[in-house]
Design a protein around this ligand. Structure first.
Ligand SMILES: C[S@@+](CC[C@H](N)C(=O)[O-])C[C@H]1O[C@@H](n2cnc3c(N)ncnc32)[C@H](O)[C@@H]1O
Length: 251
């Protein structure tokens, strides 16, 4: 495994998982057929785990919010949406989509204990050298009864093959964005959440095959291709590659 990869837009070579890649890719976030397309599909699936707010002024804290792709899928659910991210260029775009931006590290979030009704951590844990600290912060931010929702990549050989070796050959995964050494074992994640009072349930998810093939075909055919719908993220039996987790913080 190479541990450096050419960054896609500025021709510079950055280490795998270097956050400066998100600056180089800033123009891609909101392109539905861009290299972050799959993040749009995952955001829709993550939002489906979030019920409408059960009180006025409810707060959803979106750790590693990127450019706020979750925001449109939460419209009308009654949350104030605060996004925490290291990457300022992404936060500027998140703010344009109604997210209150907080430039900070998900391992040391400048928000009060128990402030959040929901904490989301979409495609974040596998990018953080110490994901346990993110879990501790997420659980600290949750009020008793609050909901944690997340998705991430499992620490398996299959995940390394699918998400890195194969995925990076497709236009759905930016080259060099993942460092497989940071992938997150689902059992360890469940145990860590339990230590912080959240009983996490997990399930494997994947893009539906027909939708993904149709999307890839449209990408290849470019402008001549008829418009089609985005692939849906669906549950799958194995959590060995990509999985969602959700759980409520004990009172
Ligand atoms: C793969 S993107 C996911 C973005 C968003 N959650 C989504 O699903 O569209 C990972 C994001 O995490 C951010 N990030 C990485 N490490 C972080 C950290 N320690 N604290 C806060 N944000 C971080 C990156 O800047 C990037 O925006």
């Amino acid at each position: 495994m190479r541990d450096v990869a050419p960054a896609p837009t500025r021709g510079r070579v950055l280490p795998r998982n270097d956050p400066r890649q998100y600056d180089d890719l800033a123009g891609e976030w909101w392109r539905p057929d861009g290299v972050f397309a799959m993040l749009h599909w995952l955001a829709e699936a993550r939002a489906a785990l979030v019920p409408p707010a059960d009180r006025p002024d409810a707060l959803l804290v979106d750790l590693g919010c990127g450019a706020g792709l979750l925001a449109p899928h939460l419209a009308g659910r009654g949350y104030r949406h605060v996004g925490v991210d290291l990457t300022r260029s992404a936060l500027v775009q998140a703010a344009e989509h109604g997210v209150k931006p907080v430039n900070g590290d998900a391992t040391a979030v400048p928000l009060a204990d128990g402030c959040a009704d929901v904490v989301a951590a979409g495609e974040l844990l596998e990018h953080v050298p110490d994901w346990r600290r993110v879990v501790a912060e997420a659980c600290r931010l949750l009020r008793p009864g609050g909901l944690l929702v997340l998705d991430t990549l499992n620490d398996t050989l299959l995940s390394r093959i699918v998400a890195v070796h194969l995925g990076e050959r497709l236009p759905t995964v930016p080259k060099g964005i993942h460092d497989p050494r940071l992938f997150v074992d689902d059992r360890e994640l469940i145990a860590e959440c339990a230590r912080h009072g959240v009983a996490l349930r997990v399930r494997g998810v994947r893009p539906e095959v027909g939708g993904l093939l149709g999307w890839l075909l449209r990408r290849v055919r470019g402008a001549q291709a008829p418009a089609g719908r985005a692939p849906r993220i669906v549950p799958t039996r194995s959590a060995a590659v990509l999985y969602q987790g959700w759980g409520v913080r004990k009172g």
